[in-house]
Ligand binder design. Sequence first.
Ligand code: PTJ
Length: 251
Amino acid sequence: MIPKSHPRYHSLLQREKIIEGLNKGIVSQSGLIAQGRGEAFDYILGEKTHEFALKAEKAAVAALLLAKHPVISVNGNAAALAGKELCELAKILDAKVEVNIFYFTKERIERIKEYLEKFDCEVLAACDAELKGLESARRIVDSRGILIADTVLVPLEDGDRCEILKKHGKKVIAIDLNPLSRTARMADITIVDNIVRAVPNMIELAKELKGKNRNELEQILAEYDNKKILHDSIVAIRDYLSEMASKILQT
Ligand code: PTJ
């Protein structure tokens, strides 16, 4: 039990969720390492949602609302950290939820599916189709989901699949705290934010944008520039580090 007064409460809570996910057979062992990398980037971003992330979250929601076949791809870490919220988002957006993992075992696919179904969510996990051009297990998809999707939300992704999804003509939205990753640089919309903050923000935005017409949603996308967002996120890290370096000298 982590005391709420602990200065690193939120970060420790995420660790606990990931470890719990590992014990339940939802998270892969590598998921622990991925969380550590994410934490490090979150630290140097000041552990908050920046303006550039909110802009990307808004554009992502607009793209998912405009899509014909929107799919939210869920892996072990995403399920453990934000499973409930991802299901809620899917419902508001009328998007499909599909389990897709890098460290593939049929057992883990089933565990994640069962876990997500607890949130009153229909979960695709048939593993009955393949994304051509990809060697990793992420190629194994559901014929009713990612295979036919036009827009895919991929939280905590690896760069290879992002590239292949794009080659298959899909719009890719990534949630990745590392703006330097291949995924972040390849995606159409990159949300440089922690999934535990990004998805609740997207739920609120989805409620708000659902009432807009297609022209208004298209306008949001037309004004969105992912290169600028990536640039701004890297600059935010630089500025945060410069500020901390100055503070050290002042104390
Ligand atoms: O469940 P599986 O088998 O699909 O495996 C999932 C992981 C995450 C282990 C797998 O996809 C993997 O190895 O991913 P990578 O290549 O480590 O990339 C994960 C990215 O997510 C890194 O760039 C991290 O910085 C980022 N990340 C980690 N935790 C968070 C995060 N981004 C947002 N929020 C987080 N909490």
